[in-house]
Design a protein around this ligand. Structure first.
Ligand code: G3P
Length: 229
């Protein structure tokens, strides 16, 4: 499963990209509204940093206007994927944008029926929200599993993108279900890092080499090109 970051923050993208784990990013109007500065500049900078697909969303509800906005967004950077909310108008716009060669991320998908329609319209990515399903006491893992199972037999090229991920377990669930992509908020990335045994293991390595510094001295010599015999 490829990992995208779900954010409008250039700083957050820079920090997580430095780990070498990012394949793309997703933004939406709510995330961009939290940030200062010009949204276009932020989207372009994010495109440069991740060097992969970056979803930027249309705001109109009219299909023709969605297509105009999508084409305009695509002029920002070659990595832009046009994000279109699910609706009949969104399906119409998706079909037209895809026919013109523009990749589309159909968002706000909450059921297998919606996902089948998004795939039939030609969406490149289908964003299925987990957290918002859990919020209304619907089992998000069951819905996501049904979406993945429903799309596979049709041989669709659409990729299932797990979104609205609120905790690290959502990421693992999306991966084991077979989603091609997860888009992960900064805080959830941070939550994926720690394990007490990792921390304890690093402390033990450090205590051991400090007690007997021969290995560290040898490695330092190797690094500096002046090996210690
Ligand atoms: O990618 C969609 C995501 O930003 C929505 O997350 O937590 O607002 O449901 P959330």
């Amino acid at each position: 499963m490829r990992l995208f970051i779900d954010t409008g923050s250039v700083r957050e993208v820079e920090e997580i990209a430095a780990w070498g784990v990012l394949s793309g990013a997703t933004t939406n109007p709510s995330l961009l509204a939290k940030e200062e500065g010009d949204p276009g500049d932020a989207i372009k900078r994010i495109c440069e940093i991740v060097n992969g697909p970056v979803s930027a969303e249309v705001t109109s509800r009219d299909p023709r206007e969605m297509v105009r906005e999508g084409r305009a967004l695509r002029t920002l950077h070659e990595h832009i994927v046009v994000k279109v909310p699910f609706s009949p108008a969104g399906l119409t716009a998706t079909r037209e944008l895809v026919a013109d060669g523009h990749p589309v991320n159909m968002t706000l998908v909450f059921s297998a029926n919606q996902a089948l329609l998004a795939a039939a319209a030609g969406a490149t990515y289908i964003s299925c929200f987990m957290g918002r399903l859990d919020d209304i006491s619907v089992d998000s893992a069951a819905v996501l599993g049904e979406i993945v199972d429903a799309l596979r037999p049709g041989g669709t090229t659409s990729q299932v993108l797990a979104a609205s991920l609120r905790n690290p377990m959502h990421v693992v669930t999306a991966a084991t279900i077979g989603c091609e992509v997860s888009t992960i908020p900064y805080k959830v990335f941070q939550g994926m890092l720690p394990h007490p045994l990792t921390t304890a293991g690093i402390e033990r390595f450090e205590a051991d080499w400090q007690q007997d510094p021969r290995f560290a001295e040898w490695l330092g010599g190797l690094v500096s090109g002046q090996p210690v015999r």
